[in-house]
Design a protein around this ligand. Structure first.
Ligand SMILES: Nc1ncnc2c1ncn2[C@@H]1O[C@H](COP(=O)(O)OP(=O)(O)OP(=O)(O)O)[C@@H](O)[C@H]1O
Ligand SMILES: [Mg+2]
Length: 251
């Protein structure tokens, strides 16, 4: 069983010779087939948390395990969709997506087949031969998502993957993420600023405090209405949207 577990993660940086604590004993777990939504104020440490979960940066204390073993950077079971797409400018859209599977899918024809499939999944078949400079921000985000999906990961870590998308594309890709969890058993960690996105897509939600990030709320998404109130309170917004309101949200 794929279970990604973070135990008491502590992480900090040194900026201009001053210690900046970012994660303060953050613990969480996500199971196979589950979507975990992670919310928190800007700059609290969400992207840092994802990099540590992906094994790209070591924590100062605590540990991350996948299926009981320490997580390793670049391991094929795990894919990270970063907040910025970071596409290779000299490669086409197809080339960028293939790059995601270059070191994990040995058979070139299989990689080409998978690439064609994920390009269709994210609605980018028509621009497969374009280079990143010609893409809109939303298109580039979808390339980054496709580049992660081509690996067929068991764990998908996503850092605000829908922030630049229009409502229709956002809904379609949101449904695709739910399907990946439900049908393929992928464990998903979805970082988002959008409470409605979290309510719609996540099975469970974690809210982080302002930096240094601590878990201030962890709840199952069984009662969306009361959870919305709880999330807003935990985020310290002070205001509560009327139940059912989706003002300002693309959902
Ligand atoms: N590589 C780094 N070196 C130094 N400081 C860093 C580094 N990465 C992040 N930080 C600092 O860590 C803190 C958390 O940054 P992070 O990007 O994780 O926040 P975030 O919650 O993802 O923010 P946002 O919602 O705006 O994306 C910030 O104060 C940031 O300046
Ligand atoms: Mg971030």
């Amino acid at each position: 069983m794929t279970r990604l577990v973070a135990e008491s993660l502590v992480k900090g940086y040194v900026n201009r010779r001053r210690a900046v604590p970012v994660l303060e004993r953050v613990s969480l777990a996500v199971d196979e087939g589950e979507v975990l939504g992670v919310l928190g104020p800007s700059g609290c440490g969400k992207s840092t948390l994802l990099r540590v979960l992906a094994g790209l940066e070591p924590p100062d204390a605590g540990r991350v395990t996948l299926g009981g073993a320490p997580v390793r950077a670049g391991q094929p079971e795990l894919a990270l969709v970063t907040q910025q797409p970071h596409l290779l400018p000299w490669r086409t859209v197809r080339g960028n997506v293939e790059f995601g599977g270059l070191f994990t899918v040995r058979d070139r024809r299989e990689l080409a087949r998978r690439t064609a499939k994920v390009l269709a999944q994210v609605g980018l078949e028509e621009v497969a031969d374009w280079r990143p400079a010609s893409l809109s921000g939303g298109m580039a985000q979808r390339v980054a998502l496709a580049r992660a999906l081509v690996r067929r990961p068991q764990v998908l870590l996503m850092d605000e993957p829908f922030s630049a998308l229009d409502v229709t594309t956002r809904r379609a890709l949101g449904a695709e993420v739910r399907r990946l969890a439900r049908e393929d058993g992928v464990a998903v960690v979805l970082v988002t600023h959008d409470v409605e996105e979290a309510l719609l897509l996540a099975d469970r939600v974690v809210v982080l405090s302002p930096r240094p990030a601590r878990v201030v709320l962890e709840r199952c998404n069984d009662e969306p209405a009361s959870l919305r109130e709880a999330i807003l309170a935990a985020l310290g917004s002070g205001s509560s949207a009327p139940v059912g309101a989706v003002a300002g949200s693309g959902w």
